[in-house]
Design a protein around this ligand. Structure first.
Ligand code: SF4
Ligand code: SF4
Length: 164
């Protein structure tokens, strides 16, 4: 039987040690902030860097990473749900990228399973579109200016629309 995305991600991410949660600083929309406050996250986990984001602890790990796991897994920010896919904007469209295998071991397993790959990309596009919709435009401009090295372009899609 094929593994589910959740089982696969748990297994691979555990052995990776949650490297993408180091210096992650995921952007937090007003809607996401309300959700996180409503489930008991203290306001002190957020910081303003021109956009609202989650803090990292000294040493660099995301403030929400506890014992190698995400403490807000069911409510985590859009960029975290979307991994290992990431994004940029190109001519008013969303460019979807996937991280290179050497920085994210999960990518190899995804590429070996086209069905899982398509499903995770669909989830990623959905969440990235939501982030474009929810994040104040000035904050999104700052997020888009952050370089994202070691990625490969996958596709370019409209800002709104159906499943890829
Ligand atoms: S870098 Fe990839 S394998 Fe490692 S924790 Fe992040 S998503 Fe998982
Ligand atoms: S919110 Fe969770 S998944 Fe996202 S960077 Fe922090 S610990 Fe990692």
């Amino acid at each position: 039987m094929k593994r589910s995305w959740t089982c696969l991600a748990e297994e691979v991410c555990r052995s990776c040690g949650g490297e993408c949660c180091r210096d992650a600083h995921p952007p937090i929309s007003p809607q996401r902030r309300s959700i996180l406050l409503s489930i008991g996250c203290p306001d002190t986990v957020f910081e303003d860097a021109g956009y609202t984001r989650l803090k990292c602890r000294p040493g660099g790990m995301c403030v929400m990473c506890r014992d190698g796991r995400c403490a807000i897994h069911d409510h985590k920010p859009e960029t975290c749900v979307s991994g290992p896919f990431t994004f940029d904007r190109k001519d008013g469209m969303i460019a979807i990228y996937v991280k290179k295998e050497e920085i994210c071991p999960l990518v190899r397993y995804l590429k070996e399973d086209p069905g899982l790959y398509r499903e995770q990309m669909r989830v990623a596009v959905d969440h990235i579109r939501r982030l474009f919709s929810d994040l104040p435009p000035g904050e999104m401009e700052i997020v888009l200016s952050i370089p994202e090295p070691a990625t490969d372009l996958v596709t370019v899609l409209p800002l709104e629309g159906g499943a890829p």
